[in-house]
Write a protein that binds this ligand. Structure first.
Ligand code: G6D
Length: 347
């Protein structure tokens, strides 16, 4: 196992890119800025390592990362309607950074802070602890929250993200990582031919602003049923109003039927790459980059719609408005913990 760090010149102040490298040559690179994952290399069935996540060519572009490429997301991943919620009878108003709503922690989200980074490596893993203290009122949220995120790469080609946080006041919190995966390798194809298998029989209904309506829908007899495997293109070709609201794709919170087992399996038939996701979270937003256009210069090529799939394991901000949703409430002094493992294999 190896780790390294390289200062990034001429961009943000004190930006550094860190590398985690295992004994097979698999590499994860990330920035202290936003914890942004810039590169993950994984082998195809011929053991040919290629990049499997979307990242900018010019790091200056991460200063305007409106698609949240690779970023840590919080304090609340997802949308909060009108940027408003009640907490212990108190009205909380967050900044609105997407029309009338609050998205992904808003303009002062965790994707825009410079995290403190401490590297480590052992015989079986290489990793980093990213730390940040989000002060009371930062981003509009109550409570001072001490955050620690551990990125860890193992010799089993697993990339594990462990989150811990504690607040000095009652608050709300649900964190995730916003990497866009593309298993074709070096973005040589889009994700429409990727097959997804998912342990979920329910998903959260959205309105035309992608705000949860409060209804939880069954996946049965819809293109949201991934229990037996389905290609992402099914959601693109679909006439289901939910896919149309998402700009012809998926952008939905899926509720897992079970915890802490491999809830998601993504395969790409030509390269033979397979990515599995195991998490202790109640669900995951799957977003098929329906909002991407062709204007962004990525490492390998120009961006385009459907070039990556986001697997945002998290709880549901809909719980702020509706009952029956996985909660994002965090009582004072209670430890928030989340663990998600991305395993890279081949078929
Ligand atoms: C769009 O609706 C999607 C979000 O889910 C995604 O996280 C964001 O783009 C990057 O707003």
């Amino acid at each position: 196992m190896q780790t390294s760090s390289n200062p990034i010149k001429g961009v943000g102040t004190d930006w550094t890119e860190y590398s985690l490298i295992n004994d097979h040559g698999m590499t994860v690179k990330f920035l202290n800025y936003g914890g942004i994952i810039t590169t993950i290399t994984a082998p195809d069935r011929d053991n040919h390592f290629e990049n499997v996540v979307i990242g900018f060519d010019n790091y200056q572009d991460y200063l305007n990362n409106e698609n949240y490429f690779g970023a840590l997301i919080g304090r609340v991943a997802g949308r909060i309607q009108q940027g408003h919620f009640m907490l212990n009878g108190q009205s909380c108003q967050l900044p609105k950074n997407e029309g009338e709503n609050h998205l992904h922690g808003g303009p002062a989200g965790l994707d825009k802070v410079v995290w403190q980074v401490e590297l480590f490596d052992t015989a079986t893993s290489a990793g980093a602890i990213l730390s940040h203290t989000s002060n009371d009122g930062e981003g509009g949220y109550p409570g001072t929250v001490k955050l620690k995120v551990c990125y860890r790469l193992t010799n089993d080609n697993q990339f594990m993200i462990d989150y811990e946080a504690v607040s000095d006041q009652d608050t709300v919190l649900t964190l995730t990582n916003h990497s866009y995966f593309n298993l074709s390798g070096d973005l040589k194809d889009n994700i429409l031919n990727h097959e997804v298998k998912m342990d979920s029989s329910q998903f959260v209904e959205l309105d035309h602003d992608l705000i949860p309506t409060g209804k939880i829908l069954s996946v049965t007899n819809t293109v949201f049923d991934f229990r037996n495997g389905r290609k992402i293109v099914d959601g693109v070709d679909s006439t289901d109003q939910q896919n149309i609201y998402a700009k012809n794709g998926y952008d939905h919170f899926f509720i897992f039927d079970h915890q802490n087992e491999e809830q998601v399996v993504v395969t790409e038939p030509i390269s033979g790459r397979m990515l599995t996701v195991k998490t202790d979270q109640p669900g995951m937003v799957m977003y098929t980059s329906n909002g991407l256009d062709h204007t962004l210069a990525l490492k390998e090529r120009q961006s385009e719609k459907y070039l990556g799939v986001c697997l945002e394991t998290q709880s549901s901000p809909a719980s702020l408005e509706h009952t029956g949703f996985p909660s994002i409430y965090l009582p004072a002094d209670e430890l928030y913990r989340q663990s998600t493992t991305f395993s890279f294999k081949t078929i």
